[in-house]
Design a protein around this ligand. Sequence first.
Ligand code: 5GP
Ligand code: ZN
Length: 112
Amino acid sequence: MDCIFCKIINNEVPSDKIYEDEQVLVFGDTNPQAPVHFLIIPKKHIKNIREVSKDDLQIISHIFDVIQNISDKLNLDDGLRIVNNCGENGGQTVNHLHFHVLAGRALGWPPG
Ligand code: 5GP
Ligand code: ZN
């Protein structure tokens, strides 16, 4: 499968890894939109949040647990934003489920 994030998981493409365990990988976004901008992905290839099966829901709660732990380690006490873009209109450009975590500046709302 020609998936850039699967290639990152398999170390076929280098990345700035922040955290890794059996289920997830966290790495810096190559085009950061804030002083802190990392991505968290399941190691299992899941296309997007709408394609998560009931059996895989545990991965989603694990992802949020990992985000909480990393936020603590990075002292993101002033706040952060978790973003999931889903599908074409949602602005998803990589079809491997991922959550953006943005922090380090005041973020505008609403998104464009
Ligand atoms: P999306 O637009 O699908 O929500 O987010 C995809 C994100 O992946 C973008 O923010 C983009 O900068 C990032 N990205 C795309 N290709 C790569 C890559 O090869 N390495 C890393 N670290 N990030 C990537
Ligand atoms: Zn993939």
